[in-house]
Design a protein around this ligand. Sequence first.
Ligand SMILES: Cc1cc2nc3c(=O)[nH]c(=O)nc-3n(C[C@H](O)[C@H](O)[C@H](O)COP(=O)(O)OP(=O)(O)OC[C@H]3O[C@@H](n4cnc5c(N)ncnc54)[C@H](O)[C@@H]3O)c2cc1C
Length: 297
Amino acid sequence: MEKVDIVVMGCGPAGIQAAIHASKRCSVYVFGDPEKSNLWNAHIDNYLSVEYPVLGRDLLLNGISMAKDIGVKFFYEDIMSIIPENGGFRVKSENMEVSCYAVILASGIKHEKLNVPGEKEFLGKGVSYCADCDCMFFKGKKVLIVGGGSAAARAADMMLNFASQLYLAYPSFSVSDSVIEQLKEKGCNVIGAQVTEIKGSNKVEEVLLSDGQRLDVDGVFIELGSRGIYEIAMELGIMLDDKQMKFVQTDTEQKTNIKGIYAAGDVTGFPFQLAKAVGQGCIAGIMAADYVKSNFT
Ligand SMILES: Cc1cc2nc3c(=O)[nH]c(=O)nc-3n(C[C@H](O)[C@H](O)[C@H](O)COP(=O)(O)OP(=O)(O)OC[C@H]3O[C@@H](n4cnc5c(N)ncnc54)[C@H](O)[C@@H]3O)c2cc1C
């Protein structure tokens, strides 16, 4: 079995930044696929000193090449299990097994899909899963937010500052009536129906609803929440947030409740932003390296 100081689970901005900082003092392997990072298809317009349009994939590929130059090894495959062993961990990926002293969880989140025709086809062409990221592109445009929970209500409240016309549609709403009333008072059209199809030519132009309505819209924000890291967290006894049980709880040093396990980026919860992922990745990398140096080598 191979041996390395630190394993990073995730090849997005959090994982790559963690690896860059940790590798100054420790050997580091990164597992995961940059093309599966939420950043891969993003056009960044809110990251310090980066002028729009910058493609997320360019940031990832440059980051990987920087990390490789300082000795980080990348394996574009998923980790299947992390087992505590001899004070460290045995990590099994799809094709290999490696033992390490510390693990940095940076596996991001998966946005819940609506699963309707047009959703995949128009992703990045009017369909988005991130109102925080893409709101600026819909200034003065007609926008539909899909979802009935707090993520959708929050996105709608923010989008009221940008859209010329705003709809919020879902068959039922889990947020309180007063939240829905406030959105209505601010000008949001709230519709109790499901989106059944997203249509357009080169970009989103129209949505069909289960009640037979057709809405002319330029953008559809699917805000149905997200999935985190439940299975691996349960196996290791890692504490998740107590409201949704989706996101890893960390302290200010990105430590989880399990000694030797750190977490960074979207996996730690809102806000789902590049700047946060990079900042937490930096801290996790430094603190994990400190832990390894003071306890093992
Ligand atoms: C369309 C879109 C546009 C966006 N635009 C912006 C923007 O303009 N500004 C901004 O700040 N943010 C933006 N974001 C958000 C930003 O992309 C995320 O906040 C950021 O990518 C989070 O980084 P991360 O490293 O935590 O996770 P991710 O980048 O999602 O990376 C997760 C990594 O974990 C890996 N992984 C998952 N499971 C496993 C496993 N079992 N084993 C090994 N690896 C695993 C994946 O392969 C992937 O490499 C956007 C997101 C989307 C979807």
